[in-house]
Design a protein around this ligand. Sequence first.
Ligand code: NI
Length: 388
Amino acid sequence: MPVINRIAEYFDDMKGWRQHIHAHPELSLDCHNTAAFVVERLREFGITDIHEGIAESGVVAIIEGRGDGPTIGLRADMDALPLQEKTGLDYASTVDGKMHACGHDGHTTMLLGAAKYLAETRNFSGRVALIFQPAEETVGGARMMCEEGVIENFNISQVYAMHNLPGMPLGQMNSTPGPAMAAADEFKITVHGKGGHAAMPHGTIDPIMVAVQIAQSLQTIITRNMDPIEKAVLSITQIHAGTAGNIVPDDAMLAGTVRTFSADVRDMIEMRIGVLAQQIAEGFGASATVEYDRGYPATINSPEETVFAMKAAAQVVGDDNAKMDIPPTTGAEDFAYFLEKCPGAYVVLGNGDSAGLHHPEFNFNDEASPIGASYFVKLVENAQPAAR
Ligand code: NI
């Protein structure tokens, strides 16, 4: 496959960087050593315009091209997971209970590979903003970087990212225009009744009965309130109440998760959960407190940029291996925040026959690094060709 020749020559370097990052995983916003490693490499490549400490340990580095033009953003996540590694690799995690089990070590490496090439060749106009982001797995490093003004401050006009995908053959890439990954929200409902002796229920307001009615009714939001062409998941994952066989408790709690692909459906479900919980409780003489916590929004690829991205992918992996037929998934991804502010696309890259993401035996496939780095470079050179 036509990986850029010069990038193929970086293979051993990239493998070294990746395995170093793999051996030294860091969590959430605390990616300081990874960021320092990244900055050291960028300086070696001759990149000097480097901004550190964004979202605590995030880095944005600018490479100037030849001649005026816009700025294209390329993003990689850097954080690992709180998991005990069981790969038995000679470069396995050196930190107990922390592991690169989602391949962000590989994502960071691919962006470094692209940075080395772009800094060496500068065969583009305008600027490239390299975005190295912490806390994808936890508090939304992408949201924080956006709140700190990364898109506006660096004048980024389009933004791209990729994720490896176990089970997809090495050398394949895929994306989907429009919604690609779900918004992930959580809710908690507390029903306040009136406790008492279970042998004399008429003197109580039984919160368990109310909670059960609410649990059943919430499923009608998906089947009765939502356009059947839309997709969403509402799962109740906890019901807690009571302490003994002869006591009606005061309160009952239920909680769960909501996954949606559009802002309208998300707003509707949040609203209906509130109305149903409160009014059902009221109907029984109880009351309900509803907490709805919004997590990452849906990852929505802008259609034009998705087609553009997959054309760049096809130049690297061939037309037959660059597809736009992957269905949306109910997983979530904080690159969504960048896509809310700026057109762009999120693509997946085959990791071959490996253990799944977030599994203690997962490992990023080093053979994928030159492919991903070449893809990033093609995006830049196609979007912002060098002035003649
Ligand atoms: Ni990930």
